[in-house]
Write a protein of this length. Structure first.
Lengths: 368, 368
């Protein structure tokens, strides 16, 4: 494939790690990266090393949805790019080193009040845009994508969102994306994303899928202090809380919850979009999919092995369970950013032949 | 996806099982099936139940390459469709029940001297053709595909071939396929195919893949008598033999080899196209891929679990091994025919948007 020029909206953990991973991949050139205060852009390719060095630990924080995907999580929930009117109450800034807040600390960046619009204005030169945005409100990513479509962007959009309910909002806009010439791959991180794809592939032995069980383990390499936002977001998945009530918790209350769990929090039946994405691909009913996992806030090591189990019935009447297992040594950062860029590359291939619309990871797998 | 009308060339184990599996899938309508003596065709859809009932155990045998893919293997190496001049020495007919030899035993079929040409003549009404042919000579599938292209076929071709050396022959013809409007997915059975795709997906955690190990277990549910051809082909993979010398073995000699191994034959470092397909997709060097497995001629159960192990280096400097494992209860028939139809469906999607050329299973996975 020819060189793919892409932009990253959001320079939090996921955005920055994606830039880093792309340096180790062939044919991927990051040309723009922004956060809510600034934009770095160079159509010949960003100097990623400089950008990362300048912005590491130097970003503004925001209480919002992050992806499980990033267990380096040096700075999470900090990728807020927000020049829309949907900006929620700001969170606590976790780290503010250097002179600028966020990407403007890089010598390649300039401050801007309208970072997303600035990227849209340059989008004719982009093959793909990774929306590494915290989903500040549920319609934040759909509405951002809509703005690209309305501006006539012809290219790829990829997000790494998690919540099931957002997926429908994207599919509702499918026609708009098709008209513009956009190939949108949604939920393309670790889960949903990597593991959704694995489930779709593992289903190929079967003519009927009965059960998909996605189970993840995440260790927090960088500890609790660097991961307040993520821990907050995860707590929103606990039965006793939801996004709103988790947002209201004070830092002290969150620490108390973590302490109650001795730092190890188990999540069952999470609202992760693997379910609707597998249903849309015709593989099983959303109700047949369960997502859960264990977050260890105090240790580097994963508290449990990330596993996908797909149980089904074969054409010849047998019942079995195929299994996909990630090595505990693979960080969730690796498991978010590799697949996000992998799906992005697939989407660019599709986009170049005129294959437009909204796709989930499972749609990019062999048909079921 | 709209209904996919497809033909199957070859009604041996793989061809017939594919027809059977397609009955349990949505949106797939088999409209033609042929072997070297006859053709069944109905553009409104074949009566698969009648065809299978009429032809079960009623086919002519041929010594040739079969796919590991079929451990029901009621009749293998019998899918010979051969109206070209490449027909090798005929093998031994294993079973010849019923009045006709092969597909003509079905009331939907008629005898023909030129089954492949007859399908080509009807190909304007086909979305896809599955080449479930034994690769009688190494260029048999490439040359058959060439004939479709020369006739101006616009649609999908899928094969389930195994040998690495055939892949290059297909890619050499890529331009011809592109000009015709053909989307060709090669090596789309179990291995290569299902497991190649799994390796490509498992690689997504890594920025560098060091090692891919594909290991299969096959039990022969239907016993040795029904599987002479497959056992012969497998023996060709043993270090002491090759395709030519295995073809020369008498049935008695083969039985002696099986006896020597107490019915359980282990294969190491097989020439399976997973290697070149993963290399072409940019995932690793062909030399980093090893394929092996164990065939138990005397038991239904798999003698070992089919597993894919992908070892690589993550962007953040870790080394790990991701694993994909098929349940022992999934027959290799399920693991060939499900993926073959899955890749076929993906290829139809690609074909409909004008995405032509030659692709391996790994090319259909997220980019690496």
């Amino acid at each position: 494939m020819d060189d793919v020029k892409f932009a990253v909206l959001g320079t939090g953990g996921i955005g920055r790690r994606t830039l880093e991973v792309s340096q180790q991949k062939d044919g991927l050139t990051p040309v723009a990266a922004c956060d809510r205060n600034g934009l770095a852009i160079d159509h010949d390719g960003l100097d990623v090393a400089e950008l990362l060095a300048a912005t590491e630990g130097n970003v503004a924080s925001e209480r919002a949805e992050d992806d499980h995907g990033d267990d380096t999580r040096t700075v999470d929930n900090t990728s807020a790019v927000d020049d829309s009117d949907t900006r929620p109450d700001g969170g606590t800034a976790v780290k503010q080193h250097g002179e600028g807040a966020g990407v403007v600390a890089s010598e390649q960046a300039r401050p801007t009040e309208t970072p997303i619009q600035d990227v849209i204005d340059e989008s004719a030169a982009l093959d793909a845009v990774l929306l590494a945005l915290p989903n500040l409100t549920h319609d934040f990513i759909p509405r951002t994508a809509e703005r690209f479509a309305e501006a006539g962007y012809e290219g790829v959009l990829v997000d790494v969102l998690k919540r099931s309910r957002v997926i429908g909002m994207l599919y509702e806009r499918a026609e708009l994306f098709e008209e513009s010439g956009i190939t949108f791959v949604c939920g393309a991180g670790a889960t949903p994303g990597f593991l959704t794809g694995a489930a779709a592939l593992a289903a190929q032995s079967f003519v009927e899928v009965e059960d998909v069980e996605i189970w993840w383990g995440v260790g927090l390499k960088s500890g609790y202090e660097d991961n307040r936002g993520t821990v907050r977001e995860d707590i929103a998945h606990l039965e006793e809380y939801d996004i709103e009530s988790a947002r209201e918790l004070s830092d002290g209350e969150i620490e108390a919850i973590v302490d109650e769990h001795d730092g190890v929090i188990e999540f069952d039946d999470m609202e992760h979009a693997d379910d609707v994405l597998l249903e849309r691909a015709g593989i099983c009913d959303a109700a047949d999919v369960t997502v859960g996992g264990i977050l260890d806030v105090r240790h580097d090591e994963k508290p449990t092995t990330t596993t996908v189990r797909v149980t089904g019935r074969t054409f010849d009447g047998e019942r079995g369970t195929n299994t996909f297992e990630l090595d505990d040594a693979t960080s969730m950062a690796a498991n978010v950013n590799g697949p996000a860029l992998g799906y992005l590359q697939s989407a660019v291939r599709m986009n170049r032949v005129g294959d437009y619309g909204v796709f989930g990871p499972a749609d990019l797998m062999p048909g079921f």
